[in-house]
Design a protein around this ligand. Structure first.
Ligand SMILES: Cc1ncc(C[n+]2csc(CCOP(=O)(O)OP(=O)(O)O)c2C)c(N)n1
Ligand SMILES: [Mg+2]
Length: 563
């Protein structure tokens, strides 16, 4: 009779899992004992946060469920940031944690933490499994919820005695919830009211979020936008879904969005939202968001409607159904020609940088890197100023090509997430972009990169500051740079070399030459072409800022362009 640990692994295989990230310890030891021959490749990271971010990177790049494994107590608590991140950004994730023996539950046993209780508000579904009999159903149900509807994180906490017990096992369980009466679009006639709004709108815009990618609806969305040809913009997670070269693409919207996108949204009279939850980084001051617009919101998760402002017409349902239905219904009407309106939005201006030019070399570096990337590359950005520059300059039309911690904004995400992406896509170029602060939050994963020989292209934008916080201190706290100075940074090149990873430093001046000097160009070519891990440390001006910026509490129309 198989042990509980073997049954867990067999159930994971049954869900299609062949790769998991994790870190062992006492309570989860039976699972590690059963790994060999299970058909699951386990990647040992150097920190549980590395494991959960890597699982997220894998999930974000593929749409498949990412799996992270940890022991009880500190192992489990080290997963919490990743679980919160997956909730915010709708990432399908299953974490499996060992728990103390069931008779010890609630006794403050060694390494006992109530990870189930701790993550209740962060998960889509979770279960404390106390007996071997519960294992197959828990895993089936967990995977169902992780990937269904709006995807998200699941915690399955399994006691050691359940992992060690034996029972007859006929095979993985299946889970199908009882059908519920939901008020969602189910293939009937597309709401005529939406079409009527489109026909009468004078200044319509489309706002595209992560939901389009999650639904696999990028292609119908593009067909729709090509039919409408109205000014279109993306949230940070929608980047790559709107075709970058389309004349109607206004780029990113929100706090560091383009002038064109923010102004078009502010002036619009009809806002078509596709799979975006409209958080405050997108809307600016919510009460003054899109003040003249009716909102039609295409969304799978009704709890995401009416967040910023009441939406006038929700279209609830899977975007893979509702967008084609919308397109089909539009085929039967004559659309207005929004010529004058489009001219407003189609100006040459996309993303502006700072007027003092301090960010120019960094922006140029990103442009030069992006220009050299194959179209199917994946860019993974950390959190801070470099993240916003990386998003602003992103030009590829690859729906899963730009990955970042958006909703939670968790520093330290990029390096381990890039590990997960590269393992999911061994032949794809993966470029990770971190700040000097965030890189140090999971720097230990250089060991994972090196050991697996992952050819990740790692860039550190080294401005010697917690730059995004410093920017706010400069603009809103009278330049009181309290505790954001990182001028005593370690020598990242030497650190990388100690991990046996090749590293180079590149100065700002090289990026001021027009055209780009042969030496710098050659360095970038070589950096991207090699099939080895590489680190590039770029000296960014310490006081470079990200513009435009919508100050907290301001409306999108109140962007600032200089200090
Ligand atoms: C885990 C975590 N702690 C704190 C913050 C707050 N925070 C947001 S951006 C930022 C600065 C990031 O500095 P760095 O990584 O050097 O990137 P830069 O902004 O300089 O490009 C900080 C501290 C955060 N987002 N995540
Ligand atoms: Mg920095």
């Amino acid at each position: 009779m198989p042990r509980g640990a073997e049954i867990v692994l067999a159930c994971l295989r049954g869900e299609g899992v062949d790769l998991a990230f994790g870190y062992p310890g006492g309570a989860i030891m039976p699972l590690y004992d059963a790994l060999e021959g299970s058909g699951i490749r386990h990647i040992l990271t150097r920190h549980e946060q590395g494991a959960v971010f890597a699982a997220e990177g894998y999930a974000r790049a593929t749409g498949k469920v990412g799996v992270a494994i940890a022991t009880s107590g500190p192992g489990a608590t080290n997963l919490v940031t990743g679980i919160a991140d997956a909730k915010m950004d709708s990432v399908p994730l299953v974490t499996i944690t060992g728990q103390v023996r069931s008779p010890l539950l609630g006794t403050d046993a060694f390494q006992e933490t109530d990870i189930f209780g701790l993550t209740l508000s962060l998960t889509k579904w979770s279960r404390l499994v106390r007996s071997i009999e519960e294992i197959p159903a828990a895993i089936a149900e967990g995977f169902y919820w992780a990937r269904s509807g709006r995807p998200g994180p699941v915690v399955i906490d399994i006691t050691t005695d359940a992992l060690k017990a034996n029972m007859e096992f006929a095979g993985p369980a299946k889970y199908q919830p009882a059908p519920q009466a939901v008020d969602a679009y189910g293939g009937e006639k597309f709401p005529a009211a939406v079409i009527a709004l489109v026909e009468t709108a004078k200044r319509p815009v489309a706002l595209v979020g992560a939901g389009v990618k999650l639904a696999g609806a990028t292609r119908p969305l593009r067909e729709l936008l090509d039919r409408l040809r109205i000014p279109s913009m993306a949230t940070v997670h929608g980047l790559g879904a709107v075709p970058a070269e389309a004349p109607y693409n206004l780029g990113m919207v929100g706090m560091h969005g383009t002038r064109a996108a923010n102004l078009a949204l502010d002036e619009s009279d009809l806002l078509l939202v596709f799979g975006a939850r409209l958080d405050d980084r997108v809307t600016g001051e919510p009460t003054r968001f899109a003040p003249h617009a009716r909102i039609v919101h295409f969304e799978i998760d009704p709890s995401q409607l009416d967040r910023a402002r009441t939406c006038d017409l929700p279209v609830v349902g899977d975007l893979a159904d509702t967008i084609p239905a919308f397109l089909d219904a539009l085929g039967r009407v004559a659309l207005p020609d929004w010529k004058g309106w489009k001219a407003v939005a189609e100006g040459p201006e996309r993303a502006e940088t700072d007027p003092r030019g301090l960010a120019q070399p960094t922006v140029r570096l990103l442009d030069e890197l992006y220009r050299r990337l194959p179209e199917d590359s994946v860019v993974v950005a950390d959190v801070g100023q470099h993240q916003m520059w990386a998003a602003q300059r992103y030009r590829a039309s690859s729906p899963r090509g730009f990955i970042t911690s958006g909703g939670l904004g968790a520093m330290g995400f990029a390096l381990p997430a890039a590990v997960g992406v590269q393992l999911a896509k061994p032949d794809t170029t993966v470029l990770s972009i971190s700040g000097d602060g965030g890189f140090q939050m999971n720097i230990q994963e250089l060991a994972t990169v090196q050991r697996l020989g992952l050819p990740i292209k790692m860039v550190i934008i080294d401005n010697k500051y917690l730059g995004m916080v410093r920017q706010w201190q400069q603009l809103f706290y009278k330049r009181n740079y309290a505790e954001t100075d990182l001028s005593d940074n370690p020598d990242f090149v030497a650190i990388s070399q100690a991990y046996r990873i090749h590293a180079e430093r590149l100065g700002e001046d090289a990026m001021r030459e027009i055209p780009l000097g042969g030496e710098a160009g050659g360095l970038l070519d070589g950096f991207l072409a090699s099939r080895e891990p590489e680190l590039l440390v770029f000296d960014c001006h310490p006081e470079a800022n990200v513009y435009p910026m919508v100050p907290a509490g301001a409306a999108l129309s109140e962007m600032v362009f200089e200090e």
